[in-house]
Design a protein around this ligand. Structure first.
Ligand SMILES: Cc1cc2nc3c(=O)[nH]c(=O)nc-3n(C[C@H](O)[C@H](O)[C@H](O)COP(=O)(O)OP(=O)(O)OC[C@H]3O[C@@H](n4cnc5c(N)ncnc54)[C@H](O)[C@@H]3O)c2cc1C
Length: 360
């Protein structure tokens, strides 16, 4: 089969890029060393905002803003096409940290993003331990989350229905190059040929890019999460404090995350992290003590220095592109990042100024 575009990596970035390219009429193949959507995109929490967005650059906020508007119609279309509901849930985000209230208020006014300052003493709406709200807190009522494993399932089903081909459990270890073009991705099961190649290999991108003589600052950053099997409404909204957070799913399950560990490609889970996340959750919602923890896992974020992804063409190979390095925000940034990448590959007008995302 002739491939217009071969995408390496079937996480949210690879699959949403495929979604964009296939919708524009391209014949797309995805190659993954594992199954589709088994890595960081599955492991993440699905919060549709950077944590403390005022601490990020405009480059990250521009991608987030476009994606936040795009998520409701994307989830609705995938639901209609596949019957799978990614559960886009605008339940709001409560931020308990005191340090940067002024910066947060300025950012919310400029962005713009609805923000309410909750006075000291708390508010029964949040059902949060009173002591944790004894100073004023920040309430962003419109921030949403998605159930990322379901989003991935819906995307996969939609892509299969659109004749996107998946070559799974095939690791790409090198490329065949002629002049200034890649002609094939060489996998553990043989070559996959195509006109253009798009690398969306998340935390593994640094290693693969080296085979194309590129030195990219993308390294794995481990994050551990736990899951409580609670009743709906024990935790009514997302809550963020000291870089840890709770995310309530619609059925009552509560995700608690996350650690930030530089441990190469090791995904081992630890009892220390489980205890840390458990204690954090109970300090805000003591009622969680009566519910069991039913899962504990780790994922590898594609870490980049300021969390700014690389969305660019290879500087010498004219038909090879990279969309990777979304660090802690790959779920929220994915729609804009994939649309911009699709614009570049298909020579369409660009969604955003691509300068901040260029290979340095
Ligand atoms: C604990 C945790 C919590 C998070 N929470 C959030 C959140 O709330 N909101 C948010 O926006 N983001 C969050 N993130 C970040 C987000 O999950 C990532 O930024 C995003 O998933 C990256 O997507 P990706 O497609 O680039 O990478 P991945 O999902 O890791 O996909 C890369 C794919 O490439 C494949 N691959 C790699 N190398 C090769 C090769 N050589 N050949 C073939 N295939 C290959 C892999 O098998 C994998 O399927 C979180 C991440 C973690 C770990």
């Amino acid at each position: 089969m002739h491939n217009d575009i071969v995408i390496i990596g079937g996480g949210i970035i690879g699959m949403l890029s495929a979604h964009e390219l296939s919708a524009a009429g391209a014949r797309v193949t995805i190659v993954d060393q594992d199954g589709w959507g088994q890595e960081s995109s599955w492991a993440g929490g699905g919060i549709l905002s950077p944590l403390y967005p005022w601490r990020y650059s405009q480059a990250v906020n521009d991608l987030a803003r476009w994606s936040q508007h795009h998520y409701p119609p994307l989830c609705a279309a995938l639901h209609a096409n596949t019957g799978i509901d990614a559960q886009w849930s605008p339940c709001g985000l409560l931020v308990l940290d005191q340090d940067d209230k002024d910066a947060a208020q300025q950012w919310a006014a400029d962005y713009p993003m609805p923000l309410e300052l909750i006075p000291p003493g708390g508010d029964p709406r949040f059902r949060c331990e009173r002591a944790s709200m004894n100073q004023s807190t920040l309430w962003f009522p419109s921030i949403a989350h998605v159930r990322n494993p379901r989003l991935l399932q819906a995307l996969h089903q939609d892509l299969e229905a659109s004749d996107v081909t998946f070559h799974l459990r095939r690791q790409v270890h090198s490329f065949e190059i002629a002049d200034d073009r890649v002609t094939a991705a060489i996998t553990t099961a043989g070559p996959v040929t195509g006109d253009r190649f798009l690398i969306c290999t998340g935390a593994w991108t640094g290693g693969l890019a080296k085979t194309l003589a590129l030195d990219l600052p993308i390294t794995p950053v481990k994050g551990q999460m736990i899951l409580f099997d609670a009743a709906p409404d024990v935790v009514p909204c997302m809550v963020l404090s000291k870089a840890h957070y709770l995310i309530p799913r619609r059925d009552g399950k509560i995700l608690v995350g996350s650690t930030l560990e530089h441990a190469s490609f090791d995904k081992t889970i630890t009892s220390n992290a489980r205890q840390e996340l458990h204690d954090f959750a109970l300090s805000l919602y003591p009622a969680l003590a009566q519910y069991p923890i039913i899962q504990h896992w780790a994922g590898l974020r594609p870490g980049t220095p300021e969390g700014i992804p690389i969305i660019d063409r290879h500087p010498r190979l004219k038909n090879t592109y990279i969309n990777a390095g979304h660090f802690r925000n790959g779920v929220v940034l994915a729609p804009a990042s994939s649309r911009l990448m699709c614009n570049m590959i298909l020579d369409q007008p660009l969604l955003l100024d691509p300068t901040p995302y260029k290979i340095q």
